[in-house]
Design a protein around this ligand. Sequence first.
Ligand code: G3P
Ligand code: CA
Length: 272
Amino acid sequence: MVAHRGATAEAPEHTLAAYRQAAVFGADAVECDVRLTRDGVLVCVHDRQIRRTSNGRGIVSALHLAELEQYQFGPRKPKPRGRSRWADDEILSVTDEPDVENGLVLTLDRLLEYITASPGSLRLAIETKHPTRHTRKVEEALVECLRRFGLLGNGGPVEWAGKPAVRMMSFSQLAVRRMAELAPGIPTVQLIGKRLRPVRRELLLGNATALGPGISLIRADPDFVADAHAAGKEVHVWTVNRTADMDLMRDLGVDAVITDHPDEMLRRLGRG
Ligand code: G3P
Ligand code: CA
């Protein structure tokens, strides 16, 4: 059970508060999106632009880390897809000075410092965003970062309690292949946003460790889970927020459920 961008129903996405809350709920893992800044630092930001999640403007890949660090990241906008707005006292003031606990953009380094401080309590699923813009730079930066934090063994990932501490995910097949070249043995998840039928065979034969369809694809094609398992692939489904879908995931036996509501999913698995 994987908390999507942290426990984002409880705290703003990609903040230490959201990741801490996921740990409090007992999530197995957390998900984060990473992008490269202009000066080659991986930051945990979902969108290409920073306007939805900060009080700044601009494109992540066009800004240096020092520029991003001038802005407040946090609950500045309504939550996506019609969820309730943050309470007034949760909204950061533009005059606040950002720091790690309060609005400073989360770098992958800062997240890994938190995750590796208590090895085994939370695993990490890292999604590279739009890696094709940067040729191999995103995966190279990711591998360097994992190595620096001691999360890459001899080619493969470090394991915590018999399970890989980290995995890499991407919608880009090219990025998944690059990761397999740079760090063979790191589990990869090929995310799938388009319809499953035309690409089923290609996906089942591909080299990703796991396949990551969106929930709407599984609703339309639940047999995909058994077919993937028969092909030796795990299935990681995103972003599962409705209770009926959570029950469907449990009943289909998917390997990882990526959700904004880790507490509810754990209850449905009989672990909450
Ligand atoms: O975990 C996969 C999922 O996060 C992909 O969608 O847009 O939330 O990154 P998105
Ligand atoms: Ca993501």
